[in-house]
Design a protein around this ligand. Sequence first.
Ligand code: ADP
Ligand code: MG
Length: 349
Amino acid sequence: MTVGSVAVRTFESRRPEKSSEESQPAFGMAPYNDDPGLQDGQFYDPDAEYEPDPEYAATLAPDAARQRRERVGPTGRPLPYFPIPNPLANHGPAKIVAMCNQKGGVGKTTSTINLGAALAEYGRRVLLVDFDPQGALSVGLGVNPMELDITVYNLLMERGLAADEVLLKTAVPGMDLLPSNIDLSAAEVQLVSEVARESALQRALKPLLADYDYVVIDCQPSLGLLTVNALTAANSVIVPLECEFFALRGVALLTETIEKVRERLNPELELDGILATMYDSRTVHSREVLARVVEAFDEHVFHTVIGRTVRFPETTVAGEPITTYASNSVGAAAYRQLAREVLARCHAE
Ligand code: ADP
Ligand code: MG
């Protein structure tokens, strides 16, 4: 937190330095304090920019004590402070982000819903695009895809169909959805014979861009024509990686595909970042995988790391984002932190 231009750290009290882990408070972080005035037990610390959002920091326990001692975040790098974004006076044109990894179950859909909802909470107008014929994004937002007659498939294949015939409002204010269902799997085959088959989604999204600040595309788990369409439409890619042993397997193929799309179809395309998901700091394994990911991708890895929590599967059943389903949970805090990091990166450019 900052008071004026000075960063402030909050601790219960400043005890004499002790080296043993046991002497640290359980989660290493003091409770969140919104009061801009200095309270008992707080002190000014000019180096405090690395201080994470305390609520988010709890997701990283019990590693937090070590991180605080070493002044680093979970990725082992100094953790910058991502400010609460300013409200926007005008909206659009949208930045398009593809959530992409050809591996299934790595957190693409979960990250699309919750990054979108967190951006919407910060006053951004958000459009989520379900680009997986499984329709998991639609289900995760409480829509039954089987009941839909018109989906993103129709938007791709039928010239002249207005986008607002397909758009659905979600329960999150400012966040809309282009739903999909199994129909979309036909597009993969039908598009093959089309002219400019890789840019069908780009054409379909064009009329919508002025109304939104962010479009997030939830890709299917493959590197087929649908994913190439998403990469062609996108300004940047976020790659969620589950913190488990085979996480890096296949990532070379993915970065190669991104490179090819950049060379041939979309020279503007950037790798926004690698997002570590399902991180469990209690296991050495999770920590090792994250360290290897950081070794491989360095500054491309988001500082924000998403911890593993059963709250995420629960939200799918509830059909809403974690930011509304369990607004005070650490999972919600993590995606808010990600939204702030995404916005901070965007403004840094
Ligand atoms: P993908 O879209 O890449 O296939 P999902 O977002 O659908 O991946 O996630 C796969 C499963 O893992 C889902 O059941 C989801 O609820 C669960 N999940 C996602 N993120 C987390 C997390 N951080 N902690 C625990 N479970 C998670
Ligand atoms: Mg998915």
